[in-house]
Ligand binder design. Sequence first.
Ligand SMILES: Nc1ncnc2c1ncn2[C@@H]1O[C@H](COP(=O)(O)OP(=O)(O)OP(=O)(O)O)[C@@H](O)[C@H]1O
Length: 339
Amino acid sequence: MTASSSVLTVRDLNVTYRGARGPVHAVSDASFDLHVDECIALIGESGSGKSTLGQSLARLLPVKTTAITGQVTYHGRRGPENVLTFTAPDLRAFRWRECAYVTQSAISAFNPLLRISEHFEETARAHGAFGRGSRTAAFELLESVRLEPTRVWNAYPHELSGGMRQRVLLALALLLEPKILILDEPTTALDVLTQRAIIDVLTSVRRRKKLGIIFISHDLGVASELADRLFTMYAGRIVETGTTEQVLRRTAHPYTASLLRAIPSLETQRDVTSIPGSPPNLVTLPTGCPFHPRCVHARPQCTRGHAPPLDLVDAGHGSACHFAGNVQAQTVRERKQHV
Ligand SMILES: Nc1ncnc2c1ncn2[C@@H]1O[C@H](COP(=O)(O)OP(=O)(O)OP(=O)(O)O)[C@@H](O)[C@H]1O
């Protein structure tokens, strides 16, 4: 893909929280492109930095407690712009209109005193987009997320179920036709049928609206169904990137391999194994590869120096592991044995 088809270019992004025990390195050296009409899923254990990465792209992190360095270039209606240097008015125009962020806690995104209709009107009005067609547009969006507009339009947020609120929030996020949608665990805590509805909605909406989506999830099944590419995060680093097919079938990082072994699979009848040990403390990261204390492939080289760079193992498939080739050969062999 060419650079011109990127909606977002991220280079050397580092995000540090000012923690009580010292700086928390929540995102380290992240570099990637999000293309138009592409869905990237960020996967990894709790605390690996997925939400921090997503929030930093939308500049949602509080300036007082976080330090962000690097470049986040948004290729929008006004040409390339560095999101990290946006002023407060730039950010107001950027959020929702260009880049919408939807979290799992849909309830906190709503004002309990306002009806759903008023949320749509306020959002449109705040961005100067309120007009005659607004109600029709809102109804169409509510229908596209499989809600009956007449049923939810005059309701207060607390009168709707969690799944309905999540879908209203998605419709609200799409109202201003953003180019980027960041979804942070949007299907967590929802029942399977509602999850299914949201996945279907996202699949169809993204194609129609040519959205770039970043999908943050614990659920590898949901992530791999939606995403064109999977990025595995560990200790604040992107340690494997590739198409969903590459990452799942030709896994080249031991941590991704461990994550995959930790979920039951209907396709490969193998035993589920949990990942030994726990993620590192992001204040005092181990030297060398941050995964080495938990890695069965670790050699002395992995314990020294800096974290390994994200090098290509196949075209478009990167792994930050000194032994990526061996790991990949083993995972491919294991897959063949278990299918
Ligand atoms: N405000 C904060 N101050 C200090 N540390 C923080 C703050 N917010 C998050 N962290 C730390 O940053 C790291 C990354 O957190 P983050 O929420 O981005 O991970 P995550 O992969 O999204 O996890 P989860 O799936 O549980 O949301 C964690 O170690 C977390 O404790």
